[in-house]
Design a protein around this ligand. Sequence first.
Ligand code: CA
Ligand code: CA
Length: 291
Amino acid sequence: MKVVTEDHVCYSMSPKNKPAMTIPQGEVFRLDAKDCYSNRLKSEKDFFTAKMWDTVNPATGPVFIEGAHKGDILEIEIVDIKIRDYAVMSLEHGSGALGKFIEGQETTILPVREGKLVISENLSIRVNPMIGVIGTATEEDTLNGTPGEHGSNMDCKIITAGSTVYLPVNVEGALLAAGDIHALMGDGESCICGAEVSGSITMRAAVASRKIPTPCVETDRFFYFIGSAKSLDECEKIVLGKAHVFLTNSMMMKANEAARIMSLAGDLQVCQIVDPLKTMRFSIPKDILPG
Ligand code: CA
Ligand code: CA
């Protein structure tokens, strides 16, 4: 299997990034990713400093997908996510939605043992390894930390092994990159970080045969339409619009029928509220769709 090592990082989703590797469509490959702190917080004595902002949210890649042309949709199947045996969290007063409740600054190392994240002596929670940053290059040069129509820092906990991510192809070869793996993260990512880990992402990517609004995540049971904007009010308009387009254009439903189904069976959910733009998703259960 072809592997891009964790030294091949980019900090923006840019057409100027030189591909770390070229991959034929459908071939399985692996991206080894540093954690969002570029693996610089190794113990509870290491603190996040302003100087580290330059190297925050590294994404491994980019990978040039052969035959992916501008205007295509890239379908990325997440085959597997392996994580290291500890996670890091960096909390600081004033940062994140919970900032005012946080006292001082603290780095916490949380061991990962037998598939569980050890929070304290009495509390371990099963891990749910997920990808925080997965994106394709924009035509400009967008820092990894800002999510958008090209994906990137969506911090969507649905992006796990077994899910499929649909992203737009904006430049030749798509220039796909990913990183910011979390061992565990709740919707919102309220204190600004998840259980940050380095790890390996095994995936395969190909040009999608169907048209679907992007970014989108498909699991065995749901489609999730994702949107990012300054406010959650704006996010909800974006994701509702995408879901409605999907039901009327791809599923050939009438406008009002689609609206009824969305109101009855779709769920509006928050991905994160702490990045430069916020991110929401709208779920549609597959078992109610025609065909
Ligand atoms: Ca993130
Ligand atoms: Ca993160």
